[in-house]
Design a protein. Structure first.
Length: 193
């Protein structure tokens, strides 16, 4: 379990091993809901402007993927994930949260689908950034022969994912899920994205 350093009177929590002066300025405490464009801009900025401290924090583990929550406010959570070749998520949605990811290093393959639409495929190289609304389900995997890493953001924070056996099982509507933790609980521990 990773613990967090508390700052700004509990409005922002930063990972204690992430030495990234300036990150707090990107996470205004008064923004309680972020849209996909704002989330994309956040992950892209973090991946480029904080590359050195992210690289110092980054780990690769097997058989399970490695992750660390970088920061959380009442409106957004920010994560760093690593992907060894072959590692992947199960098909999932984000329970009503909007999201984003930027490929920090390597390449990732994504299959995604919106309710009532076709399954699509996309390859994302280092630097690629995308934001998505709450109605999107996807599966992300490292199909390359090299490790990869990505920066993710979700708003609202602490909303659980909902897994599917296949993206073909996606319902006609993706209902929102309640947060898995209160903000006070989020301050205390780390949970899987």
């Amino acid at each position: 379990m990773t613990t967090f350093a508390e700052t700004s009177a509990s409005e922002l929590v930063l990972h204690p091993e992430l030495h990234a002066p300036g990150l707090a300025a990107l996470l205004p405490a008064d923004r309680l809901l972020w849209d996909p464009r704002q989330l994309r801009d956040l992950t892209s900025t973090v991946a480029t402007e904080f590359a050195e401290p992210l690289g110092e924090l980054l780990r690769y583990e097997s058989p399970q993927r490695w992750w660390a929550r970088l920061a959380v406010t009442q409106g957004v959570e920010l994560w760093l994930l690593s992907w060894l070749p072959g590692q992947h998520t199960e098909p999932h949605d984000h329970g009503g949260a909007a999201g984003s990811f930027t490929v920090f290093s390597g390449r990732l393959h994504e299959q995604y689908r919106y309710p009532g639409r076709l399954i699509r495929d996309a390859d994302h190289a280092a630097g690629a950034a995308l934001g998505f609304d709450a109605g999107r389900a996807h599966q992300v995997r490292n199909t390359s022969d090299a490790p990869a890493a990505s920066v993710h953001a979700y708003s609202p924070p602490a909303v659980p994912t909902r897994e599917y056996g296949s993206l073909r099982e996606l319902p006609a509507e993706i209902p929102p899920l309640p947060p898995r933790q209160s903000f006070a609980q989020v301050l205390a521990d780390t949970v899987e994205p």
